[in-house]
Design a protein. Structure first.
Length: 592
């Protein structure tokens, strides 16, 4: 069951479409009525030539005209109803699947598998399905079986009319299969190139400042132009294939109508048919083959929708929606424990951090330090749930993160990444994580906890100041401090800050220290990844990492004294300790 002709109820999209079975059946019934009403024109033509003209009866002529006019009115109404229903089904299908498609796009990105060059291919696939549903394609597909009905009517008029129309239908169907074969590969290629073209354009726009500063604008523009040329060439091949075959199909259909007129004329000359049969057969043959012509004209959209249909169903299979749990766990309040944790980036077998074991209780804070490429950011991404654990566990009050719904887990987690990404909207919306139910008191409380309230009220619009795309209207320091307020919104239990003082001045660092102390004071857990020692003033514990491994964990002063201990001199006595420990770190001041 499917208007598209390639779905079934066992697929996710097929199951969604099955819920509109009544609407699809209604469309099929309307198509049947419309195809029967089409006979009115042929019957009217036959009666005019065979009854009105010989009798010269004007009342009969006007009566027939009135009846056929009523039929045409009903045709117009039913055709509009069919189009409206298909459009509504397409829109409803889009509304139902769009949230899941967005979820899959995010899940694919988190797993390191962006769908296409810009990751937007699933959304375009859904757009293609909706657009096809709203076009004349589905109606043409529903009208295709009625070709046999019109061929039967033509055969009833005379066998040779039916045979001629049947031969023409076979040729037209051949054009349809030729269109399928000619457009399958170009259509797939166009879809791939469109994704890469959009991805490259979006990347050039996002990095406009860097490209300008480094004199790379022209080179990157030339790269995009080269991809765009491939896109135009592929699009041209697809359009030529559809256009040339569609043009040949339309010309053949016109010729076929003339051929049927000729056959009808021969039958009239031979005394085997009336004059009205000539024109009626021409109209009927044109109507019989019109769905094939329309299907060929809409084949480009049909192919794109079918490709998108299969691609989306494949994604639904490989990225199923998480099952809703019967038991909703409360927010954690006691501890965070990590046991023998090993981490690898999504889709990559190389482990970037391993052997991590530590425990933090409510009211404690941990600083994570170490040289570059030590695995600190890998740990952060695992703790917030975006990178999977290859081995080991992360537990909050004894439960693993996957026992909570993703949004529920994010509600009691505060995160400030290295590169702060604000979303287009106001300062208040960003702090409130775009929660429409957030109150002004909650937003101001988060800003106050981050020590950024006074800075915000001095902005041109205060909390209602637009931040621009990716926070472009704010300085790096302002973005970082607003990002800190967002991390502290509604007092999350775990607050993870990845290099939170990289863009802060002295006042900002004081506010950061106060924020960490505030998290500890209310019974939360703070984790601070830092290269500058000033960020560690308020932590109770320190985790030292190097080469993806944990080399020390414990109270801050104890660990810091160990790693800050000067290395053993080269001319030390032979009986001096030679065990290589965390104190032998090059550039430890920076690492700390």
């Amino acid at each position: 069951m499917s208007v598209l002709g390639f779905a079934d109820g066992t697929t996710r999209i097929g199951a969604a479409l099955a819920r509109y079975r009544t609407a699809i059946v209604t469309v099929a019934v309307l198509s049947a009525i419309l195809n029967v009403l089409v006979l009115a024109g042929s019957i009217y033509m036959m009666l005019v030539y065979d009854s009105v003209l010989p009798s010269h009866s004007l009342p009969t002529l006007f009566s027939l005209l009135a009846m056929v006019a009523v039929v045409y009115v009903f045709q117009g109404v039913f055709d509009a109803m069919r189009t409206r229903i298909l459009t509504d089904v397409g829109s409803a299908l889009d509304q139902e699947l769009a949230p899941e498609v967005q979820r899959m796009m995010s899940a694919a990105a988190l797993k390191g598998h962006r769908a296409g060059g810009d990751g937007m291919t699933p959304m375009r696939d859904l757009d293609q399905i909706r657009s096809f549903m709203s076009s004349g394609g589905p109606a043409a597909l529903l009208d295709l079986p009625w070709i046999l009905f019109f061929l039967a009517i033509l055969t009833m008029l005379h066998i040779w009319l039916g045979v001629t129309a049947l031969a023409g239908a076979i040729v037209m169907i051949g054009f349809t299969f030729l269109t399928e074969r000619a457009t399958k590969k170009p259509s797939r290629l166009v879809g791939q190139i469109v994704a890469w073209r959009s991805g490259m354009a979006e990347s050039n726009l996002r990095h406009a400042e860097v490209l300008t500063a480094l004199g790379m604008q022209r080179r990157m523009r030339d790269r995009w132009v080269a991809v765009n040329q491939h896109h135009l060439a592929a699009q041209d091949r697809l359009s030529r294939a559809v256009g040339s075959i569609g043009g040949a199909s339309r010309i053949f259909r016109l010729f076929l109508q003339s051929l049927i007129l000729t056959v009808g004329a021969l039958l009239v000359i031979d005394g085997k048919a009336s004059g009205g049969v000539i024109f009626a057969s021409s109209i009927l043959s044109g109507r019989a083959l019109a769905p094939i012509d329309t299907a060929i004209a809409n084949w480009k959209g049909f192919t794109a929708a079918r490709t998108g249909w299969h691609r989306l169903n494949s994604m639904f299979t490989h990225l199923p929606a998480p099952a809703d749990g019967n038991v909703v766990l409360p927010a954690p309040t006691r501890e965070l424990s990590v046991d023998q944790l090993a981490i690898a980036p999504p889709g990559v077998e190389r482990v970037t951090a391993q052997g991590l074991t530590f425990r933090l209780a409510a009211g404690e804070a941990m600083g994570v330090i170490g040289p570059s490429a030590a695995g600190k950011t890998s740990l952060a991404r695992a703790l917030i749930g975006v990178w999977p654990a290859v081995r080991g566990t992360i537990r909050l009050d004894g439960a693993t993160p996957d026992q909570w719904d993703a949004d529920a887990f994010g509600a009691f987690l505060g995160y400030l990444p290295q590169t702060v990404e604000l979303l287009e909207g106001t300062v208040a919306q960003n702090i409130a994580r775009f929660d429409d139910g957030a109150t002004s008191d909650e937003v101001i409380a988060a800003a106050t906890a981050a020590g950024v309230h006074d800075m915000i009220v001095k902005l041109p619009g205060g909390y209602d100041t637009p931040v621009g795309a990716e926070g472009a209207q704010l300085s790096a320091g302002q973005r970082q401090r607003i990002g800190l307020a967002r991390a502290l919104f509604r007092d999350p239990f775990v607050v993870l800050l990845d290099e939170p003082n990289s863009n802060l001045d002295a006042a900002g660092e004081d506010a950061l220290a106060a924020a960490i102390a505030g998290v500890r004071g209310r019974g939360g857990i703070a984790i601070v990844i830092a290269h500058r020692p000033s960020a560690l003033a308020q932590v109770s514990h320190v985790l030292f990492m190097r080469d993806g491994r944990m080399e020390a964990f414990g109270p801050r002063d104890e660990v810091m004294s160990r790693i800050m201990k000067p290395p053993t001199p080269l001319n030390a006595p032979l009986d001096a300790p030679t065990r290589r420990g965390p104190q032998a770190v090059s550039g430890v001041e920076n690492a700390a």
